[in-house]
Design a protein around this ligand. Structure first.
Ligand code: ADP
Length: 273
């Protein structure tokens, strides 16, 4: 097992001025090179977790460690070097007028010398297969391409953790597929740690592990197989089961014929997955 790169220990948090805790006693850890999906209904605290990990707010109780450093006001700039964020709306993330300017922007802010910057921009755009679009205006790209450019900015900064906060939820199926296969590639070939926040269980199914949040608490953590065994419990939390599992649930109650024959539940899932 690789080292823990993110760990949250008994985190409790409420927004300044608010009267309610939005995170209650949340603990989990993520290992280097792991792909973990955080799922949960709207308002369950997923994005707040991302904001805390990025040091935008600090917990009222408990401790967050990023790459073995305790996250606090004095270390936030060091911990942030490890984390790159990609958000939901691809259009809100661009600052440059061309794709390459945009990826270079973060590097300029870090004072990276020009030659090194050019190298990193090209290599990052190559990794996300957007090197043919260097001089294009970001706003003219498709949704999936925009998110790939946003991911290139993270790669150029050499962050070792990427947090995707609903990064596929505004994309069409092609764009979603582009981003998911890139995530898999970053994990497998670059050994990056990926944390994807999503309400889409079909996307979460691709992760190594899933953390289910409910009303500010960790409801359950497990492999996708373990989590999907919860079946109707997930539906009660307001989550939409992936299509094959929906079919499998229907099979349990009604027996769903497929290709004119009754398959076993396992055969049905294999057929559809
Ligand atoms: P999710 O990402 O799972 O949809 P959030 O983390 O965005 O959930 O929100 C968790 C809870 O915190 C919600 O009840 C939401 O209304 C509240 N919340 C989010 N942002 C703020 C804020 N800036 N100030 C006060 N409350 C907030």
């Amino acid at each position: 097992m690789t080292r823990e790169i993110i760990s949250l220990d008994s985190i409790t948090f409420r927004y300044p001025g608010s009267e309610q805790d939005v995170l209650k006693n949340v603990s989990f850890s993520i290992h280097e090179g792991e792909w973990v999906a955080i799922v949960g209904h709207n308002g369950s605290g997923k994005s707040t977790l991302a904001k805390l990990m990025n040091g935008l707010y600090f917990p009222d109780q408990g401790e967050i460690r990023i790459a073995e450093m305790k996250l606090e006001s004095t270390t936030v700039w060091d911990t942030r070097k490890h984390i790159g964020m990609v958000f939901q709306n691809p259009d809100n993330q661009f600052v440059g007028t061309t794709v390459q300017d945009d990826v270079a922007f973060g590097l300029e802010n870090h004072g990276i010398p020009h030659e090194e910057m050019v190298k990193r921009v090209h290599s990052a755009l190559e990794q996300v297969k957007m090197d043919d679009f260097l001089n294009q205006e970001p706003h003219h790209l498709s949704g999936g391409q925009k998110q790939r450019v946003a991911m290139a900015s993270v790669l150029a900064l050499r962050s070792d953790i990427i947090i995707l906060d609903e990064a596929t939820s505004m994309l069409d199926p092609t764009g979603r597929q582009e981003v998911i296969s890139l995530v898999r590639n970053l994990k497998e070939e670059q050994q990056m740690t990926v944390l994807s926040i999503t309400h889409d269980l079909e996307e979460a199914a691709k992760a190594d592990r899933i953390i289910v949040m409910n009303q500010g608490e960790v409801f359950k953590t497990g492999t996708p197989e373990e989590i999907f065994q919860l079946g109707d419990e997930l539906v009660k939390l307001g989550l939409d089961l992936p299509f094959p599992l929906k079919m499998s649930n229907a099979f349990k109650t009604q027996g769903v014929p497929l290709k004119g024959q009754h398959l076993t539940e396992e055969e049905l899932v294999n057929e559809l997955w």
